[in-house]
Design a protein around this ligand. Structure first.
Ligand code: GLA
Length: 387
């Protein structure tokens, strides 16, 4: 079993002693609701069956020794310097631990062995999984005070925002922690609060195709889109007497026709995307529950078109795969995650899965001379419900 292998590796790396405790946190795929989570909007992600594992063992040292199997890198983090940013992969761990320290003041030394199944840069939230597994494992291993679900999620998001410098929303950490087998997580990020949505996928599977063209979260473009949205809110509030929008999601869709012409073109486009994407999420959640996958698929395509044309976060590789999906006649497909590369999600009839994936990989490789990475995913339990 995987956990046995990891325990063995742990012992080989850190030496014999007490058995380490194993925790894990999954990656996520966002089904629909892109670039809405930092606009107080709706999102519908799932936790997936690929996880980051963390093996923890307390020590008597004044430091945390951490090894990443994927990177084959080792570092020591002095307890006295927990809140010092390092500018590398350990910042995710440091960020989470320094937040925990400011809550409970009792961080002790431990050894941590990390191993991840989530491809980095694929848009499947390997970073959120690392934050969540660090938080859950550290809390349990050190027996720290219980942390409320939302506090834990926010603490992980804060690590990403403040430590890593990626101004991301709350979706990824939320899905990694609270995802549930067989269900989508319909999150209203304004509150934030969530409902589980039965995905009614009968006869269909969710296929991820990762373009393997890497994107980074601290990419300026992501933060620039956020700023565009803030500028749009300010412009609307200034130009419309009595308007006090907090976010673009406060705009009722029937007001779009009046509002959009007042904005400069790119801000109008961002605004239209956010308002319509929220509507698509709500509709998709309903269609999923009714097993109306064809209708869900149409919303997927519409979401992709909007991300490509209005939000401008797609890439030629992502667009190529979505056009392929349309030409093959599957119900729907779209880019998923922040964009600028990364992954796509496809709704594929079970009976066509093998053939579809083979063909997609072949034509993509012919077009770009890059081998994409395709695999079906299923909605899985988040970190809270595992172990
Ligand atoms: C990244 C961020 C999320 C979200 C998506 C876009 O994955 O981490 O918070 O903003 O992009 O929907």
């Amino acid at each position: 079993m995987k956990t046995d292998r990891l325990k063995k590796e742990f012992t080989e790396f850190f030496g014999a002693g007490r058995e380490p405790e194993i925790y894990r946190a999954p990656g996520r795929v966002n089904l629909i609701g892109e670039h809405t989570d930092y606009n107080d909007g709706l999102v519908l992600p799932i936790a997936i069956d690929l996880s980051t594992y963390g093996l923890f063992r307390l020590t008597n040292e004044d430091k945390i020794r951490v090894y990443s199997e994927n990177l084959d890198k080792f570092e020591e983090i002095e307890l006295a310097n927990l809140s010092r940013r390092k500018g590398n992969w350990t910042d995710y761990v440091r960020g989470v631990l320094s937040s925990l320290e400011s809550r409970s003041k009792t961080i002790s030394g431990f050894d941590l062995y990390l191993s991840s199944e989530i491809p980095v840069g694929s848009g499947l939230s390997s970073s959120a999984a690392l934050e969540v597994v660090t938080a859950v494992g550290a809390i349990k291993t050190m027996n720290l005070d219980e942390v409320e679900d939302l506090d834990l999620i926010k603490l992980c998001q804060k690590a990403e925002n403040d430590f890593v410098g990626a101004n991301t929303g709350i979706m990824d950490q939320y899905a990694s922690y609270l995802g549930r087998e067989g269900a989508g997580l319909l999150i209203n990020t304004a509150e934030p609060s969530h409902k589980f949505v039965d995905l009614g996928l009968k006869g269909y599977e969710l296929l991820v195709i990762d373009t393997t063209v890497s994107h980074t979260h601290d990419d300026n473009e992501y933060n620039r889109r956020r700023r565009d949205c803030e500028r749009a809110v300010n412009a609307i509030n200034e130009s419309t007497a009595g308007k006090t929008l907090k976010s673009l999601s406060d705009i009722p869709s029937e007001e779009l026709d009046d509002i959009l012409p007042q904005l400069e073109e790119s801000l109008a486009n961002r605004t239209e995307h956010v308002v319509r994407e929220n509507e698509r999420v709500e509709k998709a959640a309903g269609f999923f529950q009714q097993g109306r996958i064809k209708e869900v698929g149409e919303l997927f395509f519409a979401s992709h078109d909007s991300l490509r044309d209005l939000y401008e976060v797609s890439s030629p590789e992502l667009d190529y795969l979505i056009e392929f999906a349309r030409a093959e006649g599957i119900p729907g497909a779209r880019m998923t995650g922040g964009g600028f590369g990364g992954s796509t999600i496809h709704l594929v009839p079970e009976s066509q899965m093998d053939e579809y994936l083979k063909k997609a990989s072949r034509v993509f490789e012919e077009e770009f001379e890059i081998t994409p990475d395709g695999f079906p995913v299923s909605p899985s339990d988040g970190a809270k419900f595992q172990n």
